[in-house]
Design a protein around this ligand. Structure first.
Ligand code: NAD
Length: 470
């Protein structure tokens, strides 16, 4: 049996090899292998087996890097990504089929067609929090669309990244996909190179670096960023159900989820009732005190210090959890809820990306909408309400990547929904068919007949008065 507690050292890709790797997958693209839908399906099946054959190893790696419970890893990561690969495998022929534009009598004889063509060789840069779902998931779309790809996965999850590298290189054609590992120096090198599309998932600051690097080559980019996703509670809702779903959405992966509810807005006179419901739900979901063996931990000591510092400087009141049981050695902070938080509090400056949930009392739902609109457009906006009027007021009065009523987080896995931000939370859409579309060029095509000049011959010079009169 392998030792699942020993730290894993991730081998970084030598910087001088990175261009060679890009050239290999570019050559793989021009080899034409992926023109064949059958070969795409074969590579997608291999991608599925790469995960499916190694589920226990992935569960162990996540436990090591993030302290995640295997059930959480299955639900949030492995199950989702396997579904995404299977969908791409099963639908690749349908998605890749050329389409005809809408019928127009004057153009039909020109046989217009929209060809679905791969963009070429693409780069996928993934963050640490869901390192398989956010690298392998979009990779399925890229391969389905006929692209070759390089994955740059996170240096912050060494066990998972080492395993992703091992299985991708073992199961897939190395002309089709290669993995690059490393931190800033390696990513900077990767970004100096020319790509045909870049998908970057991560924080806003690095997102801008990526977009600027891509602009030098006129490379299209999709940015899947984060931000502070608000959650509005209408007090007339079923608070017990709301509290359970809110705490789950915040607690999963210790709050290190791009669509985790970042803060709650609730009418001031209902804050106490909401806190009571959250305390009851917390006792139900985690009957024993949280420890680093029952709850995911932060990814690094630096992340621990950041979250610890913002909790210790809040002027709000801790009503669940708190710092007394936090442990830097374990990178562990228990799920912490803070009430009476003001708009300029330490908890309200940047995306929290940790297990802390501030409650900001507001005067009314209208006030909550104003609060949201005074800040950058979030990736997700949550509303707990049974009142259609309230739902409409929030939906019609705000902008966000997604709006989700009476639930948290799981909209990102709902079949057929696009996943993407707006404004500061990014641009572009992925998952399922949307990933295929992201990596597809719609190549306009027509095939003209010889006899058509009898009908549109007037376009040719000389432009005589006689032609004008026609
Ligand atoms: P990050 O931006 O620090 O890192 C992401 C990737 O960028 C990593 O591969 C890293 O090696 C690379 N990188 C880091 N610094 C760099 C630099 N200076 N130059 C070039 N590359 C660099 O993000 P993270 O901490 O791994 O993830 C957290 C962020 O990701 C949060 O903001 C979260 O909201 C966001 N996120 C967004 C989504 C989404 O789908 N919208 C999903 C997950 C996470």
């Amino acid at each position: 049996m392998s030792d699942t507690t020993a730290p894993v050292t991730l081998t970084y890709t030598p910087v001088e090899e990175i261009e060679v790797i890009r050239d290999q997958v570019r050559k793989g693209f021009y080899s034409g292998k992926l023109k064949s839908i059958e070969y795409r399906k074969y590579q997608l099946a291999q991608l599925g087996y790469a995960i499916q054959d190694n589920l226990d190893k992935f569960r162990d790696a996540f436990k090591l890097d993030l302290g995640r419970n295997p059930l959480e890893t299955d639900f949030m990561e492995l199950g989702t990504v396997l579904k995404e690969i299977k969908e791409a495998h099963d639908k690749v022929a349908e998605w890749s089929r050329s389409e005809k534009p809408p019928f127009a009598l004057e153009f039909v004889a020109m046989r217009p067609v929209i060809r679905k063509e791969p963009k070429g060789t693409v780069l996928i840069i993934a963050p640490f929090n869901y390192p398989v779902a956010l690298s392998v998931g979009p990779l399925a779309g890229a391969i389905a669309a006929g692209n070759t790809a390089v994955l740059k996965i996170s240096e912050q999850t060494p066990a998972v990244s080492a395993l992703v590298t091992e299985v991708i290189h073992k199961y897939l054609d190395s002309d089709v996909v290669r993995v690059v590992n490393g931190a800033v120096a390696e990513t900077t090198k990767v970004l100096e190179l020319q790509w045909d599309h870049i998908l970057y998932t991560g924080g806003e600051r690095v997102g801008r670096i990526v977009a600027m690097a891509a602009a030098k080559h006129t490379t299209p980019v999709s940015l899947e960023l984060g931000g502070k996703s608000p959650l509005i509670v209408d007090p007339k809702t079923d608070l017990q159900t709301a509290a359970r779903r809110i705490l789950w959405g915040k607690g999963v992966n210790a709050g290190q989820t791009c669509v985790a509810p970042d803060y709650i807005l609730v009418p001031r006179d209902s804050q106490a009732k909401l806190v009571e419901a959250l305390q009851a739900a917390h006792a139900q979901l985690w009957p024993n005190p949280l420890t680093s063996s029952t709850f995911s931990h932060l990814v690094s000591e630096a992340a621990f210090d950041r979250v610890h510092s913002i909790i210790s400087t809040t002027t709000g009141t801790v009503v669940i959890g708190g710092l007394p049981t936090a442990s830097k050695a374990d990178k562990f902070i228990p799920l912490t809820v803070v009430k009476d938080v003001k708009g300029d509090d330490s908890l309200m400056r940047d995306e929290l990306f940790g297990p802390v949930l501030p409650i900001v009392p507001v005067d009314s739902i209208e006030d909550a909408v104003k609060f949201v609109n005074e800040r950058p457009h979030p990736l997700a906006l949550y509303v707990f309400s049974n009142d259609q009027g309230v739902k409409d007021k929030v939906a019609n009065g705000t902008q966000s990547g997604a709006i989700c009523f009476n639930e948290t987080v799981i909209h990102s896995g709902v079949y057929g929904l696009p996943f993407g931000g707006t404004g500061n939370s990014g641009y572009g859409y992925h998952t399922g068919k949307y990933s295929f579309d992201m990596f597809t060029h719609l190549r306009a095509s027509m095939d003209q007949h010889g006899w058509i000049d009898m009908m549109i011959g007037a376009r040719f010079p000389p432009y005589t008065e006689q032609k004008r009169a026609k």
